[in-house]
Design a protein around this ligand. Structure first.
Ligand code: FAD
Length: 324
């Protein structure tokens, strides 16, 4: 049986590991202390899903995969009051419903990945620094150049920009990876003792520094305290990468106030997360980049589009197509 190392315990890596099942002996390495990647949740006195906000399921494969988790209550529908805004003007309004379900993990967005990781061999707080040849195998090294073991196959399940840094030069898909360009995003998290007035739970915003607003506390299974989250547009984040955190926070709070026509500056809790590799436009090409000759592969949402379902599809493709 082949020994396979998967780098990254986001949805793509976990879906690949689950899909490989008994075909291989799989070990995952994750730099964070828990699974989830960009399907992440920040807990504390106020709670936020600071990466993905919700997800949809368009393919039958993803729908079937979600079914047992829906049954267990780990996935639930978020029937948000949804608006589209052109800056501060509402251009459309509807409530999400069973006709076109929008899902979240419960009690936080990371819950699905935590459940998937449960029986897997995942080494947390372990950042892979390089992949070196070792006879006919590949040896993983951490960032202190300590060995993490020798494997027949190595699969990266990390953002494209980070793949180029660690994948051996032999990898036949280097050019394809280097052509992928992921986009940044700034995420503002605000907690309020007294709930401000919002007549929507989720908003897609155009012509603003802000591209998305969620009342995080309106999602199913969340604590009651009013938690508001705003994602900047990718372009605004890219143009303001050099700004200090305090300035990003001030500008985004002001923009939120302009959009919602109220003073948003009296939050009891303020936090900011900067995503350097948040998202990617729709891609063409392989759903998983598999180099069978060298027993190397790269997967992730970025093979398809910056969406939760894409991460699953890429991981599943690897599990189904990898010649083990
Ligand atoms: P990731 O989740 O990025 O997982 C990669 C993992 O690899 C991470 O856990 C990371 O810690 C780990 N890692 C990286 N380098 C190393 C290393 N060297 N060694 C060990 N571990 C490493 N999608 C939607 O469908 N709907 C949304 O509303 C939505 N909104 C989003 C908003 C934001 C701000 C962001 C950031 C993303 C959003 N997405 C959304 C996209 C969605 O989150 C991603 O498509 C999906 O989570 C990607 O999963 P992945 O497994 O491919 O990658």
């Amino acid at each position: 049986m082949n020994d396979v190392a998967i780098i990254g315990a986001g949805l793509a890596g976990l879906a690949a590991a689950r899909g490989l099942g008994k075909k291989a002996k799989v070990r995952l390495f994750e730099k964070s202390w828990r699974a989830g990647g960009r399907m992440s949740t920040r807990t504390g006195s106020y709670e936020f899903d600071h990466g993905a906000q919700y997800f949809t399921a368009r393919t039958s494969a993803f729908k079937s995969f979600l079914d047992p988790f829906i049954e267990q209550g780990i996935i639930a529908r978020w029937d948000a009051r949804f608006v589209e805004l052109d800056n501060c003007t509402v251009t459309s309004r509807r409530r999400w419903d069973a006709g076109n379900p929008h899902y979240v993990s419960v009690p936080g967005m990371n819950a699905l990945c935590l459940a998937l990781a449960k029986d897997l061999d995942v080494h947390y707080e372990t950042r892979v620094g390089s992949i070196k040849p070792n006879g006919s195998n590949w040896e993983l090294m951490d960032t202190n150049d300590q060995s993490l073991g020798s494997y027949d196959w190595v699969v990266t399940a990390i953002p494209a920009e980070q793949v180029s840094a660690i994948m051996p030069s032999k990898f036949s898909h280097h050019y394809a990876v280097q052509r992928k360009s992921m986009l940044p995003c700034h995420t503002l998290m605000l907690g309020y003792r007294q709930a401000p007035e919002f007549d929507f739970d989720a908003a897609l915003v155009k012509n603003s520094a802000i591209s998305w607003i969620s009342v995080n506390s309106s999602k199913p299974g969340r604590p009651a305290d009013f938690c508001l989250l705003a994602h900047s547009s990718n372009a605004w984040a890219a143009n303001n990468l050099g700004l200090e955190d305090a300035s990003v926070i001030e500008l985004m709070i002001k923009e939120l106030g302009d959009i919602s026509k109220q003073d948003m500056s009296n939050a009891a809790h303020i936090d900011l997360h900067r995503w350097l590799y948040a998202n990617i436009e729709k891609q063409t090409g392989n759903q998983a980049l598999i180099d069978a000759d060298n027993r190397l592969a790269a997967i992730g949402d970025w093979c398809i589009k910056g969406r939760v379902e894409s991460a699953f599809i890429s991981g599943r493709k690897l599990a189904m197509s990898c010649p083990l």
